[in-house]
Design a binder for this molecule. Structure first.
Ligand code: COA
Length: 583
């Protein structure tokens, strides 16, 4: 399967070399057989043989900065706040919803999810939900750690509020009483006031979390020499979530600018330092109505994030704010501002982090596009899988921009398995290549046949991946078990084709929503695209990212090609109008 995924993506000579390596690896009594045996032994001893390997490979070993490169964001509908107080009311209501949702998690009353779409009806593993509010990604010199906090005393429950780059502790239980929404609002008002006080202002330490993981780990080592910093870090690392109260960014508020503000905060001069990127759940409430979440990705997938945020959105619109009615905790202590001890060396570190974040901000080329010509209902009417159709359209767009296809990643949920996260649907199939070529050269009847072949290949790969039979996790397992056995890295994993197969120039993911909001994330390689899409009945929403630094990419050009290709595909379907069944 690996060979057939890569054959048309590398030069013939390289392919022949890879084929020989793969055949040798798979020979009876060869390295592959030994590693497979060891992997089977591992699967007997673990709940999920790939989970740890996958988590390290996908996230914890990665050294790139979290904003843009790793943390996805969910952009909420633009809010129309009358004034700051109005935005704080929204924030208090949101946090009340978070606490209600957390209670559902803690009391285990969340209903089990069931698969939809392909192979609908199977129950899905719920473990990711139990990591929404009790996890923290701790930076390490070579590898980060996903810390999972055990449930502590409820009295220690707190959130961190970021305002003007200052961090405050908002205790959620005072005098053994849980804070009501009105209390939360009172505390937020106090925090905003305290943040105004320039005499007590602390340096923007959140910036350090926006840096490369090794840089941040090194900086953290310097910080923790001082007990004041140690204590502040400990409080942040144990919070349920971070609430960022943003000032107006001054940017024109559109879908793209809102997405940018979620992903990187607009850099240190805007809201980029008003964040703590290690914390998995970070809510942003901007005075200018720009709201959403930016999430550390290692504990959960976008689909779980959607479930949580949709709950919150429905809570916000469905249950009126309880400001007036609730009895409040009478004596509310002033929330504590987190203090930092700084030195000239730490100041230099902050400056360096700020500069690196700024570079990332300047480099990100983002385009959020609503394709309104049709949506998934049209595709379903053609008796085609909407997801497969969109993937084929993405291949067409890439081909038209670059004249070739490249290793593509589409996340496939494997929550059918205990602790399952994702595997990869390799969407750059040979059938997709034949189709995109046919779209330039062939007659309509030929194009339609190629489209069907491409859709069928994509749909079949999807089913393969979601049932745990994809190749990426398996190859990863074989590679990692060789490492554990201290074997020299088998040639199959040092081969040029393997390296290319893991350079995901096109990194894609479907994150559908049922309420108005959308997800976005950055590219995973310097010359690549990140493309998150949200298929709706009558339109398709795409968030496309790339880096200005690459001469090979341009988000607007990609969007234009995508737009045109989608229209051509519809016209082709309409002309042919002969639905066939999937193999
Ligand atoms: N004819 C008509 N309708 C069809 C069809 C066909 N041939 N094939 C599928 N459909 C319908 C489905 O029944 C489904 O209907 P629904 O909207 O009523 O549920 C709908 O079209 C969507 O199905 P499809 O487009 O095939 O996709 P899917 O929902 O099965 O999703 C994946 C495919 C790969 C996206 C999904 O399995 C998955 O893994 N999602 C998780 C991705 C993820 O983790 N993202 C976040 C990463 S951070």
């Amino acid at each position: 399967m690996y060979l057939s995924c890569m054959k048309h993506l590398v030069k013939e000579e390289q392919y022949q070399k890879t084929k020989a390596i793969v055949v040798k690896f798979g020979e009876p009594g060869g390295t592959g057989e030994l590693l497979q045996k060891k992997l089977l032994e591992r699967s007997d001893k673990t709940y999920n043989w790939v989970y740890d390997y996958w988590l390290e490979d996908m996230y914890l070993n990665q050294r790139l900065a979290l904003p843009v490169n790793s943390n996805p964001a969910m952009v909420f509908p633009k809010q129309n706040f009358k004034d700051r107080k109005d935005s704080l009311r929204f924030a208090a209501h949101l946090i009340t919803g978070v606490l209600e949702y957390k209670e559902r998690i803690d009391t285990r009353v969340l209903p089990v999810d069931f698969a939809r779409g392909q192979l609908a009806g199977t129950p899905l593993c719920m473990k990711q939900y139990y990591r929404l509010f009790n996890t923290y990604r701790l930076p390490g010199h070579k590898r980060d750690t996903l810390v999972i906090h055990k449930p502590g005393s409820i009295e220690q429950e707190h959130i961190i509020v970021a305002c003007k780059n200052q961090f405050f502790v908002l205790d959620l239980v005072v005098n053994k009483k849980k804070l009501k929404e009105m209390d939360i609002l009172t505390q937020l008002e106090k925090i905003v006031k305290m943040a105004e006080n320039s005499e007590e202002r602390q340096p923007p330490f959140g910036l350090l979390t926006s840096d490369g993981r090794t840089e941040w780990a090194q900086a953290r080592e310097v910080l923790i020499k001082d007990s004041v910093n140690r204590e502040s870090l400990a409080v942040i690392e144990k919070c349920l979530c971070v609430l960022c109260l943003d000032n107006p960014s001054g940017m024109e508020v559109g879908d793209t600018s809102r997405a940018l503000l979620m992903l990187h905060g607009g850099g240190h001069e805007k809201m980029g330092a008003n964040r703590w990127y290690d914390k998995p759940m970070q809510f942003i409430v901007g005075e200018d109505g720009v709201c959403g979440t930016v999430c550390e990705h290692s504990p959960f997938e976008g689909i779980v994030l959607v479930a949580c945020t949709e709950y919150l959105m429905k809570f916000m619109t469905g249950s009126p704010s309880k400001m007036g009615r609730a009895t409040s905790v009478s004596e509310l202590p002033t929330p504590a501002r987190l203090l930092w001890k700084t030195t000239p060396h730490i100041q230099d570190l902050l400056k360096a982090s700020a500069e690196r974040l700024q570079r990332l901000v300047r480099d990100l080329d983002m385009d959020v596009h609503k394709f309104e010509v049709y949506g998934k209902e049209f595709i379903k009417k053609q008796k085609m899988s909407p997801d497969a159709y969109i993937q084929v359209a993405l291949q067409l767009a890439f081909y038209r921009c670059n004249g070739r296809l490249v290793s593509t990643y589409e996340s496939a949920s494997i929550r059918r398995f205990h602790e399952g996260r994702v595997d990869n649907i390799r969407s750059a199939t040979s059938e997709a290549l034949a189709f995109v070529k046919a779209m330039t050269d062939e007659k309509d009847s030929e194009k339609m046949k190629q489209l069907w072949d491409a859709i069928n290949a994509q749909t079949n790969y999807t089913i393969t991946a979601i049932t745990g039979l994809g190749i990426d996790n398996h190859l990863l397992g074989l590679r990692e078990i060789a490492q554990e056995l201290k074997m020299e890295r088998p040639e199959i994993f040092t081969d040029e084709t393997y390296v290319a197969s893991n350079q995901f120039i096109l990194s894609t993911s479907q994150v559908p929503t049922t309420v108005e909001m959308f997800c976005c994330y950055g590219p995973v390689v310097p010359n690549g695209y990140g493309c998150c899409y949200n298929p709706q009945s009558d339109h398709l929403l795409f968030s496309v990212t790339s880096f200005h630094g690459s001469t090979e990419t341009c988000s607007a050009v990609f969007i234009k090609a995508l737009d045109e290709g989608l229209v051509e595909m519809r016209d082709l379907c309409r002309k042919s109008n002969k639905p066939q069944s999937i193999n």
